[in-house]
Write a protein that binds this ligand. Structure first.
Ligand SMILES: [Zn+2]
Ligand SMILES: [Zn+2]
Length: 190
């Protein structure tokens, strides 16, 4: 059985990590506040990417730059239909040398990577991310991709709720200040 980014929970975890990294590149704090830290390496470490601790600074930096270069695509994802999302993602997938391999590291036992055992860390993580995006688009289209509804927040998120009811990023201030503003607007109307 494949381990890399096929089960629903792994797709979810990988896409949430991708958005945490993307939100860092926006100059926003991590979607989950202090728990994920505020630099790419600590985001990856807390998300369980066991190679993150020993990855070279250059590799972590390249990964951050690659996510940043995908930001325009990630920002428009919620508005794309499946065909357009698939076409754009297919273009990104050509950048990854996908050659599956069985690896055993990090104390989790043998598992499958999309990349060879010698792959650079950023190639391995980008392969995980792009394959999770591919799996998600095949399973659910683009309906679970969202942008925070608060006026001055640019964060992107993956909506894992059952009824897809997520409107704001995980920063509680975004939901609360928007509700306060709505309430004030209503009071002015009456
Ligand atoms: Zn691994
Ligand atoms: Zn927000």
């Amino acid at each position: 059985m494949y381990v890399a980014s096929v089960t629903e929970s792994e797709v979810r975890a990988t896409l949430e990590t991708m958005f945490d990294l993307a939100n860092l590149e926006h100059g926003q704090q991590g979607d989950h506040g202090d728990a994920t830290g505020d630099d790419p390496r600590s985001v990856l470490e807390s998300a369980g990417f066991s190679r993150a601790t020993e990855a070279s600074a250059a590799s972590v930096q390249r990964l951050a730059q690659r996510i940043e270069s995908m930001l325009p695509f990630l920002r428009e994802l919620p508005d794309l239909d499946i065909d357009s999302a698939a076409a754009k993602l297919n273009a990104e997938l050509t950048e990854i040398p996908i050659t599956p391999s069985i690896v055993d590291h990090g104390g989790v036992g043998p598992h499958i990577h999309w990349t060879p055992p010698t792959a650079r860390f950023d190639d391995q993580v980008m392969a995980d991310i792009l394959m999770a995006l591919a799996q998600e688009i095949c399973d659910n289209g683009t309906i679970r991709f969202g942008r925070c509804g608060a006026d001055d927040c640019d964060r992107l998120f993956y909506d894992a709720t059952r009824n897809r009811s997520k409107r704001f990023c995980s920063d509680p201030r975004c939901a609360s200040r928007t509700h306060t503003a709505d309430h004030r607007a209503r009071r002015r109307d009456t």
